[in-house]
Write a new protein. Sequence first.
Length: 312
Amino acid sequence: MEKISIIVPCYNEEEAMPLFYDEICKTASQFEKVDFEFIFVNDGSKDRTLEVARDLAKRDKRVRYVSFSRNFGKEAAMLAGLDYSVGDYVAIMDADLQDPPSMLYEMYKGIKEEGYDCVATRRVNRDGEPPIRSFFAKCYYKLINKISKTEIVDGARDYRLMSRQMVNSILSLKEYNRFSKGIFSWVGYNTKWLEYKNVERVAGTTKWSFWKLFLYSLESIVAFSTVPLAISSIVGILFFLISMVMIIFIIVRTLAFGDPVAGWPSLVCIIFFVSGVQLFGIGVIGQYLSKLYLEVKGRPVYIVKETEKDKK
């Protein structure tokens, strides 16, 4: 009998988890001759998320859970779920039901009957989101796809069903700084995209502030593009050429008209501008060096404190 593993990253989702469990059980009942396992990954929650996971595991043998020693982030939670999954197919879903479980059967058919290795989802609208966040999200996708060779689909969700072969390929990438949307695309495999309209959370509040999303976007740019380094180099060369032209201009003007003492405000502005460009270039290089520093240290992406096996 084939098995599907459902990975559910959870951070302070005590209200949404029971609702999600009820919905995913309804969806699982539609499958014939397919077994399921539901892996809830507690990402250092501060509410009763772990207690809810324990209770569900006692009630249903299909439920498993992995609890971290602290909050490591959603990327770590997804990786842990992939590490602990044993299914022939693996799906990643959010506990807030913004990823409709009803789409799972169509995703399964896409792999079994149509020959795809992965069936992924993307939102076609951003109803319910603040306009400013939607605007910057669109700008981000346009930017990342121009500067990166790895395609990042606009509106792509982490919600997808993957074959075991694809999951094993993802797990073979041992990098510490992870951006899963990019990794899913980078490993390749035939992917079918299903579109759906944005769904509101059933309970709780989003854990993604504008600042966290901004930092996450920087992570993806640094992880899948070296264009910022090239830009800083080009800007440096450009300013060198401009400075050479200005030096020649000053020499010619001095020889022809003398050297009147004037222009110190413009000189100060130029110094400030060039200094800012230099700091920008150093900052770009610093981002890449910081990622390299984290990779070299070789720390684990996550630390597991407890699983359902520890309570048996």
